[in-house]
Design a protein around this ligand. Sequence first.
Ligand code: NAI
Length: 340
Amino acid sequence: MTERDVPGFHRVIVGRDAEVGYHGIIAIHDIRRGPALGGTRMMAYESEDTAIRDVLRLAYGMSLKSAFAAMPFGGGKAVIMAPRSPADRAALLRAHGRFVNTLRGDFITGEDVGTTVADMTWVREETEHVLTESAVSVDSARTTALGVFRSMEGALRGMGGSSELRGRRVAIQGCGAVGSALCELLHDAGAELSLSDVVAERAESCASAAHGRVVATDDILREPVDILSPCALGAILDARSVEAIRAPLILGAANNQLADDSVADRLHARGLRYVPDFVANAGGVIAAAPDLLGWTRAAVYERIDAMRDEVISLCEEAQRAGYTMLVVAMRRARERMKPT
Ligand code: NAI
């Protein structure tokens, strides 16, 4: 294990287990509010530096998310560099569990892009500091989708219209766990959907369930819709791609949607509203509350419903001050990023 000194971060540690081909990084941004919560992402990274850049951004995003949602957690994240040669997945995840365990509860993990709930049972063999399915668990992807849906209602209201989704056109990029659950909620609410996924069958299956339209992955950003909802991977909003966007509201579940924060200013200059990812996708963090804090399901749904009013107030403050919602949300999150 080697420790990296990264300014502004509580700890950044690189772990290796040559025997099983494990190479992972855990970044803990902040633990003042409580243990750092963050999933474990497994991807083929070009280099350790690329993986470190990714994990730092994601861990910081988790701090903002927990603080903004007023949850008693800090922010952290883990990445596993997917081995280039075939490896024993269970052994890799057990090695990761041992690595997580060295942090003695300062970091609590769960599934993320590239890992599954089932994978976490291997991690669990080595550490108790991991969320797996339990009798009290709520489905994180569904809870996240519901939070995105409530945020959409709030943003529509905060922008001066009705919060009704009926008849609104929504384009969803990414029909995975969250995107497909969101598709269902929006369809039930009477929205018209455009859907895209690099795995064509996922978009097709959502489209057939929700009477939606499949759109080529290259075209989804320029769909003439009321809301664009990025629910795939991060960094899809950059200086070039935002010029194509026609939706007046951008609000989705994907983490780190902006290639960098200046993209929010570009969107603002074009008169388009962007609800920060860490605001809209906080349902994932709230979903951990039954397991970690003993909350009831009803308390989870109550908190998710409250996201609607928080987004209304965010929109209104941003509008009054002439700032982007990113600026206002960051300020609120930083104010709340103090011990509870
Ligand atoms: P997932 O892996 O189930 O779904 C992502 C989907 O996006 C996949 O179907 C994939 O094929 C598709 N995709 C990838 N690149 C694409 C592209 N360029 N165009 C169109 N589709 C593309 O992941 P999940 O769980 O649905 O998460 C989606 C996003 O939401 C991720 O960024 C994740 O970090 C974030 N998130 C997820 C939470 C959860 O509880 N699952 C909680 C909070 C955030």
